[in-house]
Ligand binder design. Structure first.
Ligand code: KG4
Ligand code: ZN
Length: 347
């Protein structure tokens, strides 16, 4: 039952949290979205600088909110891969400094393992094996969770990640950044049946389709063609609510179909969802309904732990620490690292 202070700075959120096993004692998330919005996306240099300016105050605030002293912390954790190298470096360096100063073990955490662990925060009784549908801005994967640190990737996207597709379609519809929450809001006001859109499928050389891999670039192009066609026909204003609803419904149906068939094929009775797109109302609804009809349990993190946060990183680190997995003080950051290689982070 380790108590861990964790830092997450892999992208555009500066987050610090303290978690005791699976209980969140404090969680601070400072979003840089307003800063990056003016550029229409995350600017890596700006992200690193913002992390650097706020990290120390957030660490102090997390300890204050949890009402504990550093002496009561068993380990210091930080996301070290994958992500923006400069941004990761700020969090990992802060964690190493704390670890050295206070003589605590360091635990480097894989960002995606953190997203998997977000489900333990809302369902502390969850135990592997289970299937994780991981849908973030950079990843769309079906992961067989065998145990802490033991993962097998069963499905992936062949092109855009689900969150990336939301962001690109939002840009096309001239909505704000990040696009996912904007599309989600408008989709609630639209009719998903107005514009039938193609669900991307991956053909197999042997015939048929890959059952677990996804593709979203065709869907994105179909939305672009639709917008161009409506403009040519002089349709004004653009029916953005119906387009958003049709797009969201197509993504939700496609992810749901793959996750359910994968869970059934592998005999896994629980699907845990993680990553920013796990906050999507369409996906939550489709997957919940489909899971119930197949007698599967589905777990969604609470909305604040779907997008990037440090509580999920602390939760993963606490599990590793309890198993004696600690990282070397020479640990570096990595822009890429497969989830199947997480044990490389530990001595
Ligand atoms: O997990 P996350 O915070 O960062 C990464 O690790 O990538 O995910 C961010 C992604 C963005 O692409 C954002 O548009 C998407 O999650 N997102 C959503 C929603 N909230 C965030 N996508 C669809 N519906 C939402 N409600
Ligand atoms: Zn993330």
């Amino acid at each position: 039952m380790a108590t861990v202070l964790a830092i997450e700075t892999s992208c555009d959120e500066t987050a610090v949290a303290i978690v005791k096993n699976r209980e969140v004692l404090s969680s601070i998330i400072v979003s840089q979205i307003p800063v990056h919005r003016q550029y229409g996306g995350v600017v890596p240099e700006v992200a690193s600088r913002q992390h650097l300016e706020t990290i120390n105050d957030r660490i102090a605030q997390a300890l204050k909110d949890a009402d504990i002293g550093i002496a009561e912390i068993d380990g210091i954790a930080a996301t070290c891969a994958p992500g923006l190298v400069g941004a990761l470096l700020v969090g990992l360096t802060a964690a190493k400094t704390l670890a050295i100063l206070h003589n605590k073990p360091l635990v480097g955490v894989h960002h995606l393992e953190g997203h998997i662990y977000a489900s333990y925060l809302s369902a502390p009784d969850l135990v592997p094996p289970f299937l994780c549908l991981l849908v973030s801005g950079g990843h769309t994967s079906l992961i067989y969770v065998k145990d802490c640190g033991k993962y097998e990737t069963l499905g992936e996207t062949r092109d855009d990640a689900a969150g990336e597709a939301f962001d690109k379609v939002a840009r096309l519809l001239q909505l704000g950044y990040p696009g996912g929450p904007e599309i989600d809001k408008l989709a609630l006001l639209g009719n998903p049946k107005v514009f039938p859109l193609p669900e991307g499928k991956i053909s197999l050389p042997s015939g048929g389709y890959h059952p677990y891999d996804s593709s979203f670039s065709g869907l994105k192009t179909a939305v672009l063609r639709l917008v161009q066609k409506l403009a040519r026909e002089g349709v004004e204003p653009l029916p953005v609510n119906d387009i958003a609803a049709s797009f969201q419904d197509t993504v939700a149906r496609s992810l749901t179909r793959r996750a359910i068939s994968c869970a059934l094929d592998y005999g896994l009775s629980t699907i845990a969802v993680g990553g920013g797109v796990a906050a999507n109302s369409g996906l939550r609804q489709h997957l919940q309904t489909a899971a119930e009809s197949h007698n599967l349990r589905v777990i969604f993190p609470s909305l604040k732990f779907c997008t990037d946060n440090a509580a999920m990183i602390a939760c993963a680190a606490a599990d590793h620490l309890d198993r004696g997995h600690t990282s070397s003080l020479t640990l570096g950051v990595r822009s890429r690292l497969a989830i199947t290689d997480v044990m490389q982070l530990y001595i």
